[in-house]
Design a protein around this ligand. Structure first.
Ligand code: SAM
Length: 246
């Protein structure tokens, strides 16, 4: 099971409320935090991740019923959003979409809010656990979340779906700008992966996706090179969506 390079732990004094998860995912229980790590907590029946670094701690909580998720759903621009157009939801509702790179489900919520039926896959275990807990509390679009590597999931997939959406990984910025908070966590989780490895993985995922969907949408930064010539692309200020049509 992939859980990134950060040690993922529970503190022994907090393990009562987390015993099922500790057992299910074999999460190490430790007495004290004395190295950089990611701690799983249960605060008032809501799961949370605490990133411990030498100089600071950062908490990660997800509430799909508040803040940016509902804001983007209400005011995000609906069918005019580039993401929606790239996936074709401006023309057709009820598309079946597999988001192979769930992340924090920001894009998935926008897709689901615009009519997509979504299956989302996340391989980074701590994030998957957080998302699963948040979806248990609020899942208005009935998003199905799966833990694992999308490559394995797609290899077993028998049917061809309408759209596969890929937003594979934080890519290093040339100007050294600090990635935003969520991307900071993913950057640390995959700190051992080189840019070339990430690009190779993306290409593998893209090629497999092309065999399993009528349309594949690959999100890239504007500056990123084209991995494989798309049918067309759509752009906004910072992002390019390369669209592949079968
Ligand atoms: C840039 S983030 C996606 C952000 C997401 N689009 C959002 O709106 O929040 C990429 C995510 O994809 C996950 N990921 C990358 N490759 C994957 C794969 N092959 N299978 C499953 N998850 C993958 C990473 O763990 C990470 O959480």
């Amino acid at each position: 099971m992939e859980q990134g390079q950060l040690p993922f732990v529970v503190l022994s004094r907090n393990c009562d409320k987390l015993s099922d998860l500790i057992q299910k995912y074999q999460i190490p229980v430790i007495k004290n935090i004395d190295e950089d790590c990611l701690e799983l907590l249960n605060i008032n029946d809501r799961l949370s991740l605490r990133l411990h670094q030498t100089s600071k701690t950062t908490d990660y909580n997800i509430d799909f019923n508040s803040g940016k998720y509902s804001h983007r759903a209400k005011y995000g621009g609906g069918k005019n959003q580039t993401l929606i157009k790239a996936c074709g939801l401006n023309k057709e509702k009820n598309l079946k979409i597999i988001d192979c790179t769930a992340g924090f489900l920001n894009d998935s919520f926008v897709l689901a809010n615009n009519g997509a039926n979504l299956i989302c896959i996340e391989r980074f275990l701590p994030l998957y656990i957080l998302l699963k807990n948040a979806l248990k509390k609020h899942n208005p679009y009935n998003i199905q979340l799966i833990h694992g590597n999308a490559i394995e999931y797609l290899n077993k997939l028998k049917e061809c779906v309408d759209v596969i959406y890929l937003d594979p990984m934080w890519q290093r910025s040339k100007n050294n700008a600090e990635p935003q908070k969520n991307m900071q966590l993913l950057k640390l989780a995959y700190a051992d992966k080189s840019e070339q490895q990430n690009e190779k993985n993306t290409l593998n995922l893209l090629n497999l996706s092309l065999k399993k969907a009528y349309k594949v949408v690959l999100k890239r930064r504007l500056k990123n090179p084209v991995l494989q010539t798309p049918h067309h692309n759509l752009q906004n200020k910072r992002t390019r969506f390369d669209v592949y049509v079968n």
